[in-house]
Write a protein that binds this ligand. Sequence first.
Ligand SMILES: [Zn+2]
Length: 407
Amino acid sequence: MYHPCKLIFRAVMLLLMLAVLPLGGVQAQSGVTVENAAVAVDFGKSITFSAKITASSPIQQASLLFRGVNETITRVETVQVAGDGSVSLIYDVSQNVFPSFSSIVFWFQATLSDGQTYTSAPITFPYNDNRFPWREMQRNHVTVHWYAGDDAFGAAALDAAAAGMLAMNEFLHVSLEEPVNIYIYSSIADLQNTLLLGGQEWVGGHASPEIGVALVAITPGPSQIIELQTKIPHELTHVMLYRALGSKYNTQPAWLLEGISSIMELYPNPDYARALEIASESDSLLAFDVLCQNFPADAGSAYLAYAQSQSFVTYIRKTYGTSGLGRLLNAYGDGLSCELGATSALGTPLTQLEGRWREDVLGQNKMGVASRNLLPFILLLLLVLVVPIWGAIDMLLQKRKHADQSK
Ligand SMILES: [Zn+2]
């Protein structure tokens, strides 16, 4: 249960009334008072809003309005006002999901018998996953939250975040002006359950970069350090990329965002190389223009998509440098298509870039690569051969001419 916020809006309502007076003409000296506004969150199930609305004249209609702070669409629900002014609304969030650990803002509107509509001041409350006994530890602007594992686990998580930021700093400006919150679930089942409740059926970690939140699943135990140093830097990179790019984050290809986040993992995934090898041999690699929009939903293809993106971005970084990756982010941020963004930033269309990656990294089409590498030598060889042959033909022609003349 979230602590009820007991707020009285009388002063604000009066101010609002004053603000509309010059336009509204003569207005009765009446208003609406909202008291004891409270919210109870039953995470993933329901949000119960309650308050007491009173007015000097009868209330014709009252509504509760609310939205996620980053949403553009406001949800409007009509509420029944009881004789004593109390209102209550239970909103089903199992169907109408909000992102975990986001903030929700709500306010009331009431229309009185004089036809005037009054709006209360908005109240913001956190929509937190309150099913676990979260502990927290903070360093600078980074807070880690966990419920399994000891203090050393929390400290190791903060260390992983710091090491990740250090690696990221070479590549992009790390902004810590806004806080970052990292929530560590103790199992993939707990995390996936949360993500389903938050409306996203993802595997592994997840970031909500616009609210500075990273969610990861790490079980305390022998492999915790590797997992902390892999998953936390990955999700933090999403947050920092969003902070660097703003609205341009949303126009980036999925393979680029996931590839950059994957190369920031402090332990490269040793199984990615094998996955690439198998897919390459069986000709089942995914085309990067397909990975521009979304990653595949099924776990197997999604794993391959991550492996490919990690390898492809590594290849681009090696070939064009960190500045090349920066140019790519800018080009896609300007809204260029997946194919043309690469042309503009690197001088090579995406499909051609993918072809070179397949050849150089995966060793596909070896004859093609060999012949392209040998092309200058083949041309030279032809010249070497053709010139004497041409000379010989010329000599033969000259001889025949002489022979004809001497006849
Ligand atoms: Zn990711």
